[in-house]
Design a protein around this ligand. Structure first.
Ligand SMILES: [Zn+2]
Length: 475
């Protein structure tokens, strides 16, 4: 009943709309009826009483008139004989008719009464149920598991409509940490079209949390069928396929999502590039160089600022003898995001591997975008290979100025050793290398693990496209 709900969950205001909730033949509750008669109906009421008194007057006048007329009424029933004046007889007849009419009215009230009462009770139940439901969701959004659970139970009892109350019951169970109850409520929601998608999403999250990949895949695929225009099923499906190393399947899910505009073009492109780099690596490892080049090119086209796409594509192009094209790719990427990996491949992509030629190549890289520590460091390394100690020193000093991390001091120690052999200068540089900040490395933003190379999936925590290059130093 409504009162139960109000009592238990502290609802104070209780709005009623007379005549809307209570659908009975007698014009609703007493409260509603009084208001109708009391307000706005003053004039008809007065007219009614006037008519009533007029009727009484006419009746009395008729009775007096009849009583004054000569004649009597005789009623004979079995051995009883009753005699009376005509006027009294007429009044008795009228009285009998009034009693009969009153009995008929009472009968009608008794016959229709229970139905109307039941209907009004149902309306109160539903009202209480909806109030409990609303209070339950407010409590759930505030993280109050206790009130959410109580409200869910009250709403279930009052409304008896699982499609309305199951989501709250499931959420309340989640809040109080009852995994079994929440899973069972979500599973019950699967059978109702109105609640299936919400249940799939919650069950997908639960499956991913406990590492049940087949179940998670099943929920993601079904959710995508149900609502192709929602972004989360496509994202989840792509991540799950990527987690299993199914790069092309993952890519297909994103392409589909982009086609129906479930994902913005840039977002889809960024995610797809990561998958295509891995697909290219896989193709390379399995002896399919054409497929590898195609996937790497697609990844680079989708996200030219992504370093692993550019390095992979440049390497594949150089391997195929297309050195000029490889250099173009690296230049484009370098302008957007200079990176030690790009600098490394810059040398590899050169057709001429002569040490002096490589020094010249790196001088071109330094000139391409001034003030980049990675370019100076790569040039210093090329100079060390070419035994140009002075050039190496001057560029390592530049690195020390721009990004004074361990690598600059280690290489300076190498140069000092090569020039003068082991000595106090070498030791001084090695000491500085020990106390200098560590060189940046690829790092997973999800679990914090550092990686020597970029991967689409972190092998430590399984996060997809979470490995990034940290911004350090002045470069
Ligand atoms: Zn990780």
């Amino acid at each position: 009943m409504a009162e139960t709900g109000r009592g238990a969950y502290g609802g104070r205001s209780r709005r009623r709309h007379p005549g809307r909730h209570v659908a009975g033949p007698h014009g609703g509750s007493r409260q509603g009826g009084c208001r109708e008669r009391g307000q706005g109906r003053g004039e008809p009421l007065m007219r009614k009483s006037l008519i009533f008194f007029l009727k009484i007057g006419i009746l009395v006048a008729a009775a007096v008139w009849l009583a004054q007329r000569p004649g009597r009424v005789t009623i004979e029933w079995l051995e009883h004989v009753v005699e009376m004046p005509v006027g009294i007889g007429a009044i008795l007849v009228l009285l009998a008719a009034w009693i009969a009419a009153s009995i008929a009215r009472l009968w009608r009230i008794l016959r229709n009464g229970p139905g109307a009462f039941g209907r009004s009770r149902n309306a109160r139940r539903r009202e209480g149920g909806f109030r409990a439901l609303a209070q339950g969701w407010v409590a759930a959004s505030a993280g109050d598991a206790d009130i959410a659970t109580k409200s869910a139970k009250a709403a279930e009892k009052l409304l008896r409509e699982p499609s309305l109350t199951l989501p709250l019951s499931a959420r309340a169970a989640e809040l109080r940490g009852d995994a079994v109850a929440s899973a069972s409520a979500y599973k019950a929601m699967l059978s109702k079209p109105a609640t299936e998608l919400a249940a799939r999403r919650a069950l997908l999250t639960q499956a991913m949390e406990r590492g049940d990949r087949p179940a998670a895949l099943d929920h993601a695929r079904r959710a995508l069928e149900l609502r192709p225009k929602a972004d989360w099923p496509a994202k989840a499906l792509a991540e799950l396929e990527a987690g299993g190393g199914n790069w092309l399947e993952a890519d297909a899910a994103l392409v589909k999502a982009q086609k129906v505009k479930a994902l913005p073009k840039d977002d889809a492109g960024h995610r797809r590039a990561a998958l295509l780099i891995e697909e290219a690596r896989k193709a390379m490892a399995t002896g399919r160089p054409d497929q590898a080049l195609q996937s790497a090119q697609a990844a680079f086209d989708l996200d030219p600022a992504r370093v692993p796409a550019a390095t992979l594509l440049a390497r594949l192009l150089a391997k195929a003898g297309k050195h000029a094209k490889a250099v173009k790719v690296l230049e484009q990427a370098w302008r957007q995001s200079p990176h030690p990996d790009l600098a490394k491949v810059w040398g590899e992509a050169s057709a001429d591997q002569n040490p002096l030629t490589l020094v010249k190549r790196y001088e071109a890289l330094v000139a391409l975008k001034p003030g980049q520590a990675d370019a100076h460091f790569a040039l210093a390394e090329a100079a060390i290979n070419a035994k140009l100690w002075g050039v190496a020193r001057s560029h390592l000093d530049k690195v020390r100025e721009l990004a004074p991390t361990t690598r600059a001091y280690r290489r300076l120690a190498d140069v000092a050793r090569a020039e003068k052999g082991e000595g106090p200068e070498v030791q001084a540089f090695l000491n500085q290398a020990m106390s200098a900040p560590a060189d940046p490395r690829w790092r997973c933003t999800s679990c914090g693990t550092s990686h020597s190379d970029w991967h689409a999936v972190c092998d430590e925590c399984g996060a997809v496209d979470a490995i990034t290059w940290p911004k350090v130093g002045k470069a």
